[in-house]
Design a binder for this molecule. Structure first.
Ligand SMILES: Nc1ncnc2c1ncn2[C@@H]1O[C@H](COP(=O)(O)OP(=O)(O)O)[C@@H](O)[C@H]1O
Ligand SMILES: CC(=O)OP(=O)(O)O
Ligand SMILES: [Mg+2]
Length: 394
């Protein structure tokens, strides 16, 4: 019995939820945004709809965590740090080391550091978060929950690239995927909504946030997913290119006079995607209300890449029982959901326009006669993380 904090450290943000366990009651949740920039903000909601907001710069994750814990006691959300007995950390890349969540020790932390190249925007931030919490809460049980774990069931033919086999054996060069905790959560919820065992379902889960990925979940297992060796691959994202011809990397390096290959990968990670195509914004909300041709083109490309993956996963599984939309865009964007799902009208999948006119709510949005269900399931990675802390603390 105690309180568990689930931490989702991004490259420039820190999301968290504080749970009372094992009841799973959410005591507080919030976000530290724009870490490392001149203007940062910290918001927290707790109690019966109470809100707190602080605007100040956050130099790094350690500062963010210190402020977070100070405010939790200051606002009397907790009396003392000792009440927090568990800390669960989202870690994006677990490589081939981690098929499940683990209690964090020095060896685990060293491996998370070692895997920085497998998720350059995420693992270093995740490791910083782990170290900062260790300092402040040295007695709490710390657990790492990996985005890649859920995808370790992929068959060889889907996780291997068509490159010399020895590169996989020697260097671990393969597809690992990401967002697994979210794909796992929404798959289980989808089975509940459909009233059928997960072990008998063919699902395509669409995690469409700033980072975005699609998974083919067959009989409860991930059999394929759009992200690759790193979270740069797959569909178009907020600032990431998704799939491109790898020859473009060296071609553009030469054209742009870039000698450091990491600088080129940085462009593909941070200056591409919706931002790169539109030249306006990486945020779908800004693009939808903008009539500029390139804003609309960015959305068209985003939708087109999603449709290609969904179609290929339906073919790969030999059918589909449900398409499941989640994350920032998937939970809120009525247009993207209807454009993607209605692309499969030819096989009898249909979205009901009225039912689809919702945001952020667990619901069925397909017509009664649709040949597969279309679902909206808000994700909850933090709850899954807290549950794993509880499981491993025993
Ligand atoms: N009302 C909305 N309509 C369309 N897109 C939205 C809306 N609200 C949020 N989003 C999109 O969701 C994204 C953030 O999703 P989120 O799942 O929080 O991503 P991440 O965890 O990768 O930061 C934003 O970049 C924005 O494009
Ligand atoms: C893996 C990944 O892309 O995560 P996020 O969507 O949180 O950036
Ligand atoms: Mg996310």
């Amino acid at each position: 019995m105690g309180k568990t904090i689930a931490v989702n450290a991004g490259s420039s943000s820190l999301k968290f939820q504080l749970f009372d366990m094992p009841s799973e009651r959410v005591i507080a949740k919030g976000l530290v945004d724009r870490i490392g920039l001149a203007e940062g903000s910290f918001t927290i909601s707790y109690g019966d709809g109470q809100h707190f907001k602080l605007e100040q710069p956050f130099k790094d994750h350690t500062v963010a965590i210190n402020v977070l814990l100070k405010e939790l006691t200051g606002l009397k959300i907790i009396e003392s740090f000792d009440e927090i007995t568990g800390v669960g950390h989202r870690v994006v890349a677990g490589g081939e080391y981690f098929k499940d969540s683990v209690v964090i020790d020095d060896d685990v932390l060293a491996k998370i550091d070692e895997l920085a190249e497998y998720a350059p925007l995420h693992n270093p931030a995740n490791a910083t978060g782990i170290r900062a919490f260790r300092k402040v809460l040295p007695n709490a049980k710390a657990v790492a929950v990996f985005d890649t774990s859920f995808h370790t069931t992929m068959p060889e033919e889907n996780y291997l690239y068509s490159i010399p086999y020895e590169y996989y054996e020697k260097f671990g060069a393969r597809r690992y995927g990401a967002h697994g905790t979210s794909h796992r959560y929404v798959s289980a919820k989808a089975a509940d909504i459909l009233g059928k065992p997960l072990s008998e379902l063919k699902l395509v889960t669409l995690h469409l946030g700033a980072g975005a990925s699609i998974a083919a979940v067959k009989n409860g297992e991930s059999i394929d997913t759009s992200m690759g060796f790193t979270p740069l691959a797959g569909i178009t994202m907020a600032t990431r290119s998704g799939d491109i011809d790898p020859s473009l990397v060296t071609f553009l390096q030469q054209k742009l006079g870039i000698t450091n290959p990491e600088a080129m990968i940085d462009i593909l990670n941070k200056k591409s995607g919706l931002q790169g195509i539109s030249g306006i914004s990486s945020d779908m909300r800004d693009l939808e209300n903008n009539e500029d041709h390139r804003a609309q083109l960015a959305i068209d490309i985003f939708v087109n890449r999603i449709i290609k993956y969904v179609g290929s996963y339906i073919a790969e599984m030999g059918g589909v029982d449900a398409l499941v939309f989640t994350a920032g865009i998937g939970e809120n964007d009525v247009n993207v959901r209807s454009r993607v799902a209605n692309a499969f009208n030819y096989m009898g999948i249909k979205v009901d326009a009225d039912k689809n006119n919702v945001r952020d709510k667990e619901t069925v949005i397909s017509t009664d006669d649709s040949t597969a269900k279309v679902l909206l399931v808000p994700t909850d990675e933090e709850l899954m993380i807290a549950r794993d802390v509880e499981r491993l603390a025993k």
